[in-house]
Design a protein around this ligand. Structure first.
Ligand SMILES: *[C@@H]1O[C@H](CO)[C@@H](O)[C@H](O)[C@H]1NC(C)=O
Ligand SMILES: *[C@@H]1O[C@H](CO)[C@@H](O)[C@H](O)[C@H]1NC(C)=O
Ligand SMILES: *[C@@H]1O[C@H](CO)[C@@H](O)[C@H](O)[C@H]1NC(C)=O
Ligand SMILES: *[C@@H]1O[C@H](CO)[C@@H](O)[C@H](O)[C@H]1NC(C)=O
Ligand SMILES: *[C@@H]1O[C@H](CO)[C@@H](O)[C@H](O)[C@H]1NC(C)=O
Ligand SMILES: *[C@@H]1O[C@H](CO)[C@@H](O)[C@H](O)[C@H]1NC(C)=O
Length: 849
């Protein structure tokens, strides 16, 4: 069995286990949250972009009060106007690695395309006049104090090797807190990871002997929590670190053969000054605990963001996890929320101890010295004469040295993830708290993906609703930083190719009251005429429903809403036996399509000839009794919205002329007269098709929508049925000439299929050979009004008694998850192909009689 297959099987097993394990609490849709709307790059507006001739715009520092967004990139620092990053007023500091250092770097065998540059990885404010920046400087880190007004490099630099990693891709986090520089990373090439304090009278590090406090740690984030504020116990401010490390304790990891890596939260106290003899220049307040999201599958911590709702006691951390490395075949993310109180209780609980004999960590049951090891200096310890960490007794310091790990794990709120999302790897989180019109505050998460999308979600109680997914970069690339500005009501996105400024909400995208309400976007409300951004000052007459997403619009008494704008009734007339697709585009991925025929509901399942899909209703092999009035509704949260209406007329089949009988094998035996008739018919057809192709070309050129969702069962691929593509058009012109010479082809390798009446090799061996090997010659000219949607509609599959084009274009995406089932369109193309095949068989039988 190949490695890939083995991976897939294990992934399947995991997926199944996860599904079963959670089925009691959560429905299938909860397991894979679907963004309500999808906005592709081309549908995006109101976005401002900044990029220069450099890369890796990864380090952002927003100063809302000054109206400046500082950006640390590769070889440069920029100061942008935060009200419009693209207004051209940016200032630049060029800070490239010197040629000598680049040469050194190359000689060390580093990558000259990514590593031997000065990647600015740290950029924060030092004091009211200066910024502090560090760069990797071609594997020779340097730091600089930058005058923010003059915005130029200083004449001398500081050594950066204790503050900034050498490697631009290494996990790194840093903060300046009250003048002290707190950084955590693996600094040097092959050195041990460390949490350090610099720019401070007391430089501190973590302990490395006899036990490593950090085990191959890869840092993700650090957060300052001002716990001294209004503290009854005279507590200290703390800095929390979030990272991944190798687990030495017994873990619940799925794969025992792998060295388990787990997520951790650690913390140190700001006033720590180290011990006097023991733990000299080392943290005396370092403690770490396991951070659990969704054991054992979601183990790789990607990003952490925090929010404090006024006081530090209400601090929450949001953390994004992806599947651990052994599930390479599968992409999935989970988001968990943690309360600071949960983190604190882990640090106040039991300790773990390393047993040399068993070579593992387990619960420590012995006596714990006083004052409690690892805690900050509080009023209580001061009363006992311990004014600083240097006063701590040796017993306490010795204990800390050997017991950095806590026994309790930090569990997420409600002991379960807020969100699980398949086929997505969240790379970055940012969170905002919004006061909604119902008087409650809602957390809005912005989640950047590994391929350049932003998911915006609102946390409602213990669940989450993804309002939208927005493609912010055309070229897939990880979102590397996200910063929210309340002043500018903008989200800044940093990635390899540039900086983006996106409005926090684009309410005007919602065109009706219901659309506005159903979106459940806390930034948006309906004012009677339009969906607009809520103003904090005056909320009278505004309608919003974050809790349920279906109340407040005036006509909500009636279940069915008809849009105010004139809905166009469309007529479709087809011949009996034709297939017709009645398009109906559901704007919301969460809406269920409901079709009414003459007022009663059409059930897509159980009816042979009717297929309901995300694109519309397909009626195959129409019969006269299919005539009638079809209405398409989108049903979401109990509300129905009329989206399209059609009058379908199915004309009885025209009587077949003597020429109509198909004779697939006898085609070459037809008389000369017949040949002339055939050729003229073919030429007419080709001309017709060419005209058609031209009309449809530009439609096919429209960017295809990505990420269509089928409610309850996410699609594995976006398969689109298109009328014609640019390739096909080009081919059809070639074909025009070729056909004069009666050289006909059935299948095109580029994914375009054509059906051409006349002679055809029956033993076509192309992958699309299930096409009819023979089709009847053209029927008498059709009545002018006879149409089944031709030309007017994109994404339409069509067949006119085998006399026209049928073009299928499939856009396969790699199979993302084994839980995915075949999409509607895929199924549809199979049905059609099968049906044609059976038709062919019937006709062959016919001719052999
Ligand atoms: C940013 O642009 C706005 C509008 O153009 C302007 O009013 C403001 O002064 C600019 N801010 C800075 C810091 O240049
Ligand atoms: C990087 O090195 C490769 C091979 O040594 C060389 O071909 C390439 O031109 C170099 N690229 C740059 C940007 O120096
Ligand atoms: C800020 O720090 C820089 C560098 O240490 C120093 O030169 C400057 O005087 C400081 N500014 C203030 C206002 O303290
Ligand atoms: C910088 O951007 C390049 C180009 O996208 C990418 O390959 C590289 O990984 C990035 N480096 C870092 C450190 O982000
Ligand atoms: C701690 O500080 C108090 C008051 O500032 C002082 O009286 C006491 O002697 C100090 N204790 C030590 C051990 O330094
Ligand atoms: C729907 O109504 C039309 C005309 O009112 C009628 O011709 C057609 O047969 C009806 N279709 C069905 C399926 O009842």
């Amino acid at each position: 069995m190949s490695r890939g297959t083995a991976h897939l099987l294990t992934a399947l097993f995991v997926a199944a286990t996860v599904a079963v394990g959670y089925s009691s609490q959560r429905s299938a849709t909860d397991l894979d949250a679907t963004p309500r709307t999808t906005v592709t790059f081309d549908e995006l507006w109101g976005v401002r972009r900044f990029s220069m001739h450099t890369l890796n715009y990864s380090t952002l520092l927003l100063e809302d009060n000054r109206g400046i967004l500082y950006v640390g990139a590769r070889g440069a620092i920029f100061a942008l106007n935060s009200s419009d990053v693209a207004d051209g007023s940016h200032r630049t500091i060029h800070w490239e690695a010197s040629p000598e250092k680049q040469m050194d770097c190359l000689q060390k065998g580093k990558n000259n395309k990514t590593e031997c540059f000065n990647h600015v990885r740290f950029l924060q404010r030092l004091n009211s006049t200066h910024l502090y920046a560090c760069g990797t400087y071609a594997f020779h880190p340097l730091c600089a104090t930058i005058d923010a007004n003059r915005f130029t490099l200083p004449s001398h630099f500081e050594e950066g090797k204790e503050k900034c990693p050498y490697d631009p891709a290494r996990g790194y986090t840093g903060l300046i807190v009250d003048g002290g520089l707190y950084t955590a990373t693996r600094y040097e090439f092959r050195s041990l990871p460390d949490i350090r304090r610099n720019l401070h009278q007391r430089l501190l590090k973590t302990e490395e002997s006899p036990l490593h406090w950090l085990n191959d740690a890869e840092f993700v984030a650090s957060v300052l929590v001002r716990e001294s504020k209004d503290s009854h116990v005279g507590d200290d401010d703390k800095i929390y670190y979030f990272f991944m490390e190798r687990a030495a304790e017994e873990t619940t990891s799925f794969d025992k053969s792998q060295v388990a890596r787990v997520a951790r939260v650690a913390r140190v106290c700001k006033s720590d000054v180290g011990g006097k003899k023991i733990l000299q220049r080392k943290w005396t307040s370092f403690m770490k605990a396991r951070l659990v999201c969704y054991i054992p599958y979601y183990e790789v911590l990607r990003s952490v963001c925090s929010l404090d709702g006024g006081g530090w006691t209400s601090t929450v951390f949001y953390a994004a996890f992806t599947l651990s490395v052994q599930w390479r075949t599968m992409e999935a993310s989970a988001v968990c929320r943690y309360n600071i109180t949960e983190v604190q209780s882990a640090f106040e609980g039991s300790y773990m101890e390393y047993q040399d004999s068993a070579r593992k960590w387990s619960l420590y049951n012995g006596a714990v010295p006083e004052p409690r090891p690892g805690s900050c200096i509080t009023d209580d310890s001061r009363k006992k004469g311990y004014n600083s960490s240097q006063d701590l007794p040796n017993s306490v310091l010795d204990f800390i040295k050997l017991h950095p790990l806590m026994f309790e794990e930090v569990n997420p709120v409600d002991e379960k993830p807020l969100l699980v999302k398949k086929s997505v790897a969240y790379s970055r989180l940012a969170v905002d708290r919004v006061l909604a019109l119902d008087g409650r505050s809602y957390d809005v998460l912005f989640m950047g993906t590994g391929d350049g999308w932003i998911h915006k979600a609102v946390v409602v109680g213990s669940s989450i609703h993804i309002v939208e997914e927005v493609q912010v970069f055309r070229d897939p690339q990880p979102v590397e930083s996200l910063v929210i500005s309340h002043v500018q009501r903008s989200l800044y996105v940093g990635a390899a190719s540039g900086i983006l400024q996106v409005p926090l909400a684009s309410c005007t995208r919602y065109t009706s009251c219901y659309d506005c309400i159903l979106a459940r976007d806390p930034y948006c409300a309906w004012d009677g005429r339009a969906c607009r951004v809520t103003a904090t000052a005056n909320s009278t007459g505004l309608v919003q429903d974050i809790q349920n997403g279906n109340k407040g619009c005036r006509s909500s008494s009636g279940r069915v809403r008809v849009p105010a704008g004139s809905l166009l009734w469309k007529n479709r007339t087809v011949l009996q036996g034709d297939d017709v697709l009645l398009p109906c585009d559901q704007r919301s991925n969460l809406a269920r399509a409901v079709w009414l025929l003459n007022g009663s509901e059409v059930l897509g399942t159980g009816q042979d000839r009717l297929r309901m899909g995300v694109d519309g209703l397909l009626v195959t092999d129409t019969l006269p009794q299919h005539s009638g009035e079809y209405r398409c509704y989108g049903e979401e949260r109990g509300l129905r919205t009329l989206l399209a209406a059609y009058t379908l007329t199915v004309l009885p089949e025209l009587p077949r002329g003597p020429t109509a009988a198909p004779r697939p094998y006898a085609a070459s035996q037809v008389s000369g007269d017949m040949k002339v008739a055939y050729i003229s018919a073919i030429v007419t057809l080709v001309v017709l098709c060419a005209v058609l192709s031209a009309i449809l070309l530009y439609m096919s050129c429209l960017e295809k929508r990505k990420g269509k969702y089928v409610l309850g069962e996410p699609p594995s691929s976006s398969v689109e049925l298109q009328t014609v593509s640019a390739n096909c058009l080009r081919k059809s012109h070639q074909e025009e000439e070729e056909e004069e010479e009666e050289e006909e082809e059935l299948a095109y390798p580029d994914g375009c299929l054509r059906i051409i009446p006349g002679e055809a090799p029956t033993a076509a061996t192309s992958p699309v050979k299930e096409l009819p090997a023979a089709v009847p010659p053209p029927p008498p000219p059709l009545p002018a009004e006879l149409t089944n949607g031709m030309g007017a509609l994109p994404n339409v599959l069509r067949k006119m008694n085998g006399n026209s084009y049928m073009l299928l274009q499939q856009q396969e995406e790699p199979l993302a998850s084994p839980l995915y089932t075949a999409s509607f369109t895929e199924e549809l193309s199979k049905i059609l192909e099968k049906r044609k095949h059976t038709q062919l068989v019937e006709k062959l039988d016919e001719s052999s009689v």
